[in-house]
Design a protein around this ligand. Structure first.
Ligand code: NI
Ligand code: MN
Length: 236
């Protein structure tokens, strides 16, 4: 399974299931992102997963879903909003899990807020646990640290995408605590450096993850790609 980092909290996953290829995009914020790592035209999603309605996560969802007929997955409120724009959508809520063609999605709590750029209420902010390509991957969305991350960790996480930008979300210190609760095999920091307010030393965070926890840490620059199976198969 290929993971591509779009920049900010955006990632694209490419996976083959039963001979069919799927592209799943999470929180695509490309247009207007000063640190974008990809061109919007390089994304061809079958599904667009949205952790919450803020503009830096909802982002290019309408354009991508319209162009490619992708299904928008998020809270009931996010799905209703997408449906109102004429987009295909699937609404869920915190604690629920659903099987899609590419794998399963479970919505997890996130301590944050969620409203669309036009002020419409977006429901609860969420994180997401994906079961895809034989791996379990947690995208925390925007959140502060919370102790129930321990429960998410009990699912057995291969990969955790965690915000480290501080101010609106966890900073590096709390993200390190999150790694201890989640116990993933691999950590990928997100939601930092996009704007001056979110400036962080990701390399320093990675060194701390690797010296203070059992997890490995992969710092991705916007546009970077990683083969997750190959990466996880390497000895620590
Ligand atoms: Ni947000
Ligand atoms: Mn955000």
């Amino acid at each position: 399974m290929k993971l591509r980092y779009l920049g900010h909290s955006g990632v694209s996953l490419e996976v083959a299931v039963g001979g069919r290829g799927f592209e799943v995009v999470i929180d695509p914020f490309v247009t207007g992102n000063p640190k974008r790592g990809v061109e919007l035209a390089s994304l061809r999603p079958d599904y667009v997963l949205v952790t919450h309605a803020h503009g830096d996560h909802w982002g290019d969802t309408p354009a991508l879903a319209k162009e490619h007929g992708a299904t928008v997955v998020g809270t009931a409120e996010v799905a209703t909003y997408a449906g109102g724009l004429g987009l295909r959508s699937h609404g869920m809520n915190v604690g629920g899990r659903h099987e899609f063609g590419f794998g399963a999605v479970r919505l997890t709590p996130a301590w944050h807020s969620s409203s669309f750029p036009d002020g419409t209420y977006g429901g609860m902010p969420t994180g997401m646990v994906l079961e895809v390509g034989g791996l379990r991957l947690y995208h925390a969305g925007d959140t502060g640290l919370f102790s129930d991350m321990r429960l998410i960790g009990r699912l057995g996480l291969d990969v955790a995408l965690l915000p480290i930008g501080d101010n609106y979300t966890m900073g590096p210190d709390d993200a390190l605590e999150a790694v201890e609760l989640l116990e993933p095999r691999l950590v990928v920091p997100i939601h930092y450096d996009t704007f001056p307010l979110l400036k962080q030393d990701a390399a320093a965070f990675a060194r701390r993850v690797e010296s203070e926890t059992d997890a490995r840490c992969l710092v991705m620059r916007p546009g970077d790609e990683a083969d997750l199976e190959a990466l996880l198969a390497q000895p620590a």
